[in-house]
Design a protein around this ligand. Sequence first.
Ligand code: UDP
Length: 242
Amino acid sequence: MTPDHGPLLYEGKAKRVFAADQPDRVLVEFKNDATAFNALKRAELEGKGRLNCQISARLFEMLEREGVPTHYLGLAAETWMLVQHVDVIPLEVVIRNVATGSLCKQTPIAAGTELSPALLDLYYKDDNLGDPLLSESRLQLLGLISSQQRLEIEQLARRVNQLLLSFFESLDLLLVDFKLELGLNSAGQLLVADEISPDTCRLWDHRNSDPQARILDKDRFRQDLGGVIEAYGEILKRVQGV
Ligand code: UDP
């Protein structure tokens, strides 16, 4: 089902954004397209849009219940979400609880090392530049955010990490790391935007000790492990409490 929507405003790798009935709201359609390695690897995965939309919705609802401001307003259809219109800050905020992925490619830190306190990395969101990791001095040089906003972003991201960590832990899932995007609404309020899904989180199944079988996130696609949709389906079942 496709809800009534206005013109297409923006199309990204995994989502399309359409105008809604009010200027401060937009409708987001989650697509089935899967991409990795800065879109060098692509596939169409039937059902992924629905799964990510529904998982994101449950996670945004949980965060809202806990008082975290997000752009989420509600579901509009199986693959459609109504959200507040925000100016997205072009930063990818990555929080890591366990070392893996790019951290272990770029540093001698061993995969699997527990990171406590969690490591927060900021990347400049620009596909053409390959989303480069930012130092604090480069962040200041870019002038994208004030130092006050820098603090607010870190506090918000750490709070989201605490809430997601314990929520997933209660579902027998380890939140290894994840990426957040933040935006400012028309009132200038900082909100969690974009999506929170197995495309943007690494989630390991505590019910499975096999290092490949326990992976229930986009690494299944990145590493050609198969069973991507089944893994995302398992995440949805758990976040729905089924
Ligand atoms: N991530 C993301 N989008 C990006 C880059 C990273 O959602 O453009 C997520 C990724 O799924 C993982 C976390 O951020 O949960 C950390 O990713 P990492 O820096 O290790 O990058 P990767 O291993 O994917 O190169």
